[in-house]
Write a protein that binds this ligand. Structure first.
Ligand SMILES: N[C@@H](CCC(=O)N[C@@H](CS)C(=O)NCC(=O)O)C(=O)O
Length: 209
């Protein structure tokens, strides 16, 4: 399998970390959504990452769809999501909160990268920042409620992986105050110290338009 996309993207990174944790081997193409747009579009009409090219040539995109396939391939025993019920709903809601925070974080970065200075609209950027911070506040409360344990199901799930990858990305890129979100920060630090996370930890690269 071939994973396309740079590891400074929280969406690419959560897929890479999950593949490592599930014991699935992959090759990596460190392609940038700016510089390598045309190359990515050969596999994904949207030119977005992550894109996962399977061994038979089929390309999957949208990280949640990729993760769904990886879980299915790894089997129910290893799956990173609870199979059903309240724990699954809770995990999906936390994942949506974290992924939404990342979406809004990415939009704030792209406002600077892809839009000329005279066309930027500060109220829109401010709105995105408000949304990002509100989502992080919810995740922080969820982490505080677990008292340092896993977010869901008393085991490592995609909720922990996504929350950690997203917090690290936003902390790296959007100048959070170090004292903010203490429980989420501690949760991310705990997971970032583990080999599957550390292996895919890179400095953020601003995409060239
Ligand atoms: N919902 C998508 C979001 C992925 C995403 O935002 N990827 C960014 C990189 S972090 C990207 O491809 N940006 C280029 C673009 O959207 O044109 C997913 O979960 O895969």
């Amino acid at each position: 399998m071939l994973l396309i996309g740079m590891f400074d993207s929280p969406f690419v990174r959560r897929v890479a970390v999950s593949m490592r944790l599930l014991g699935l081997e992959f090759e990596h193409r460190n392609w940038s959504v700016g510089r390598d747009f045309e190359r990515i579009r050969e596999y994904n009409p949207l030119g977005r990452v992550p894109t996962l090219v399977l061994d038979d040539g089929e390309a999957l995109f949208e990280s949640s769809a990729i993760l769904d396939w990886l879980d299915e391939r790894a089997g129910a025993e290893k799956s990173l999501l609870p199979a059903r019920g309240a724990e699954r709903r809770k995990a999906l809601k936390l994942i949506a909160t974290a992924a939404g925070a990342a979406d809004k974080g990415v939009l704030q970065i792209y406002e600077n990268v892809f839009r000329p200075a005279e066309r930027r609209h500060p109220p829109w950027v401010e709105r995105c920042r408000t949304q990002t911070l509100a989502a992080l506040a919810q995740l922080d409360a969820a982490c505080a409620a677990t008292h340092g344990s896993f977010l869901v199901d008393d085991r490592l799930t995609q909720a922990d992986i996504t929350a950690a990858c997203v917090f690290t990305f936003i902390d790296d890129t959007l100048s959070l105050a170090p004292k903010n979100f203490p429980a989420l920060r501690a949760h991310a630090a705990h997971f970032e110290a583990q080999p599957a996370f550390a292996e895919f930890r890179v400095a953020f690269h601003q995409p060239a338009p």
